[in-house]
Design a protein around this ligand. Structure first.
Ligand code: C5P
Length: 219
């Protein structure tokens, strides 16, 4: 099972990273959070004050950036050697990431890094285009969904726990805009792969979803 590949895609807040981390832990797989890579580039563009509509400047920056994921349970994310983990989930990064993720040159760079990560061994990877583009030969492709209210509620609770004061409405609205941008972009839009298994997680517990996916892996 050295080359097992599990692809988990879906809209924001569907539970992808929680589920993917749980599966990685249970089965001893590498976990690759591809959204963190798009967030890292977005964070870097914002901190360098590169205007987000300057596509070629951002693409050049992406090719010059070194993004590494820590594969211990701490799951730190480094950009150019600096630990930027805490900066990746701010509302500012969340609001701008889908603009940058629509740039073909940025995607080319990050997909290259993602495929290299997958060469480490058995892997579970989550994102938007893993089953359709990054790992088209994955053994199992899951497309996680949930109602937009439930997804926004999960994200809002996460932010509350982290002490971030934002309204539910704001989170819900930002999330809908981001999903729309992800679904409508030209390069690798958010869409289920033809051979993906659809899993609606509304009202399901984390353990229950992990169990279902593990039984799909084993069958
Ligand atoms: O998964 P997460 O919500 O952290 O992803 C942040 C954003 O990164 C997504 O809204 C999307 O714009 C982009 N993304 C992507 N392709 C991926 C993973 C994330 O375009 N494989």
């Amino acid at each position: 099972k050295d080359n097992l590949q599990v692809a988990i895609d879906g809209p924001a807040g569907a539970g992808k990273s929680t589920i993917a981390k749980g599966i990685a832990k249970r089965l001893g797989l590498f976990y690759v959070d591809t959204g963190a890579m798009y967030r890292a580039i977005t964070h870097k563009a914002l901190s360098l004050n590169i205007p987000l509509d300057q596509e070629s400047a951002i693409v050049d920056m992406a090719w010059q950036s070194d993004i590494t994921l820590d594969h211990t349970e701490a799951r730190r994310v480094y950009c150019d050697g600096q630990d930027i983990t805490e900066a990746l989930r701010t509302p500012e990064v969340s609001r701008n990431v889908s603009v940058i993720a629509a740039y073909a040159g940025v995607r080319e760079r990050l997909v290259d890094l993602q495929r290299r990560e997958a060469l480490r061994g058995a892997v579970v990877m989550d994102g938007r285009d893993i089953g359709t583009y990054v790992l088209p030969e994955a053994n199992l492709k899951i497309f996680l969904t949930a109602t937009s209210e439930e997804r926004a509620k999960r994200r809002w609770l996460e932010l509350q726990k982290a002490g971030k004061m934002v309204s539910f409405e704001e989170v819900h609205q930002d999330m809908q805009i981001r999903d729309q941008t992800d679904q409508q972009r030209e390069v690798s839009p958010l869409v289920p792969a033809a051979d993906a298994i659809m899993l609606d997680t509304t009202g399901l517990g984390v353990e229950e979803i992990i169990e279902r996916i593990i039984s799909l892996i084993n069958n």
